[in-house]
Unconditional design. Structure first.
Length: 342
């Protein structure tokens, strides 16, 4: 038991410490909201795409087809979370007025879309540092590929359907708005893989060797930067003033969906199928990570652009990420003790 408990605790500490540093630097060291916004854009537009590009380009081409289930998994997980959240929102916010209608849409979006990129990748990168058995059982190459395949569908859905539900804006369809930079990194990585560029980059002394090494170095800072940025984001949240219960109701419903109902879907399927063993260890690991995430932090950007639902989004994010840090270690312990053979 101790062989699993301590690595889980240390992994969560590695998640929490950069978040705390980001929080403190925003609140106590005078870093502005504009500075953190630029910091976040750096991660989204540069380091995360490079992270995906390098890792996808190096995957054994024979293994790429294994990721085909994850776009479908994204549809199922987001669909289930959204439907369950809509049902809960419909039961709590029964009014026919505009305010209750907006809250139902907000609950549907935030309960359906999780932080499907940053948190799964962070756990994947940090857990092997304290539990080396993870590397030998789940591997290091396939999980980032699977997360990328999941994002190929989840991210466009988030920035189209999710954005509409939160902001109420239909607008015109702009491909560049819903296709995020990490997706470009994944696609370009697959192209480089197909062209065999990574094989040439593996040759010591080849020019591409140094190019790939430089790109990998930049991509490797993604996880700490992501967590620091998340801490700064949380520090910038301004909770709603006392006097209204609706923001708290939204936060409670969404947190319950993300931390109990959606994970419940995973554990139900995991139990019925005897561990989803037909998918392989890496696929099961990523499905676990994708169904155990807080709500997507992108909703702060969406609500800030329109000035709508900012109180509800702020409170929900704060409650969701704090709950995640408290509950996720328990889920991770249960998964590792069940999935990894002794």
């Amino acid at each position: 038991m101790q062989q699993i408990v301590l690595p889980v605790i240390y992994t969560v500490l590695q998640l929490a410490v950069p978040v705390v540093l980001g929080f403190v630097s925003r609140r106590r060291m005078g870093l502005s909201a504009e500075g953190y916004s630029a910091f976040g854009r750096l991660v989204v537009t540069l380091t995360l795409p490079l992270y995906f590009f390098v890792r996808t380009s190096r995957i054994d081409p024979a293994l790429i087809t294994r990721a085909a289930i994850f776009p479908f998994a994204a549809i199922i997980v987001v669909g289930f979370g959204s439907v369950a959240s809509y049902a809960a929102g419909r039961a709590i916010f029964r009014g026919s007025d505009r305010a209750d209608s907006e809250r139902r849409r907000l609950v549907t979006a935030m309960g359906g879309f999780g932080n499907s990129g940053y948190m799964p990748l962070s756990v994947h990168e940090l857990l092997p540092l304290t539990l080396p058995a993870v590397v030998s059982f789940f591997g290091v190459e396939l999980p980032p590929l699977y997360v990328g395949a999941y994002l190929l569908v989840q991210s466009p859905m988030l920035w189209s359907v999710g954005n509409y539900l939160v902001t109420g804006r239909r607008g015109k369809f702009h491909l560049r708005t819903i296709i995020s930079p990490p997706i470009y990194g994944i696609v370009l990585g697959l192209i480089a893989n197909r062209l065999g560029l990574a094989d040439r980059a593996a040759m010591d002394g080849h020019a591409l060797f140094f190019v790939w090494y430089a790109l990998e170095t930049v991509g490797n800072v993604t996880v700490p930067l992501v967590l620091i940025t998340l801490g700064g984001l949380i520090a910038g949240i301004r909770l709603p003033e006392a006097g209204g219960r609706s923001p708290w109701k939204v936060a409670i419903i969404v947190t319950a969906m993300r931390m109990a109902v959606v994970p419940g879907l995973f554990w139900l399927v995991f139990t019925v199928t005897e561990g989803l063993s037909f998918l392989g260890p890496a696929a099961v690991f990523v499905l676990f990570l994708e169904t155990h995430t807080p709500t997507a932090s992108n909703f702060t950007v969406m609500s800030a652009r329109t000035g709508r639902n900012q109180n509800e989004v702020a409170l929900t994010l704060m409650a969701g990420y704090l709950t995640y840090l408290l509950i996720f270690p328990v889920y991770l312990y249960l998964f590792l003790t069940t999935a990894i053979p002794r």
